[in-house]
Write a protein that binds this ligand. Sequence first.
Ligand code: CA2
Length: 148
Amino acid sequence: MRFLLLNGPNLDLLGAREPEIYGSATLAHIEAELSAAAAELGVELRCVQSNHEGDLIDALHRARTDCDGVIINPAGYGHTSVALRDALIATDLPAAEVHLSNLARRESFRHHTLTADVAIGQICGFGADGYHLALTALTRHVRARRTP
Ligand code: CA2
């Protein structure tokens, strides 16, 4: 089983600025820890981060044919990108949306994402732990739907 871990714009800066909002772990550290946790579950993780909308969409198109699920932090594009939403729908894959911060406690323009209702569920506010919660939940979701 393989999942795409997709992180959107500016998340490459994690650990460098605003640790009070996003935590102090770097994205490389989060990806390494999540890959190790995934391996324990028998899941392969493909980690992609991009600051470019088209690259995120291309990664979803590729996942369509060779992944079993998507863990996505769309970052700012989650609030704005119809194209990213359309690409996520086009994968026809179960997705878990993650946000490091609690969107409900932030500016009103962050309260809604265009991707949340096409994901199986959304986890936000638990920092980097959210990715681990998403990995566990998505693995269980996919396994429960597999024919024996
Ligand atoms: O809480 C999240 O995970 C967000 O997806 C992060 C996005 C923000 O636009 C969303 O509303 C919520 C922003 C990511 C910016 O990441 C930075 C990390 C370090 C320094 C500056 C920005």
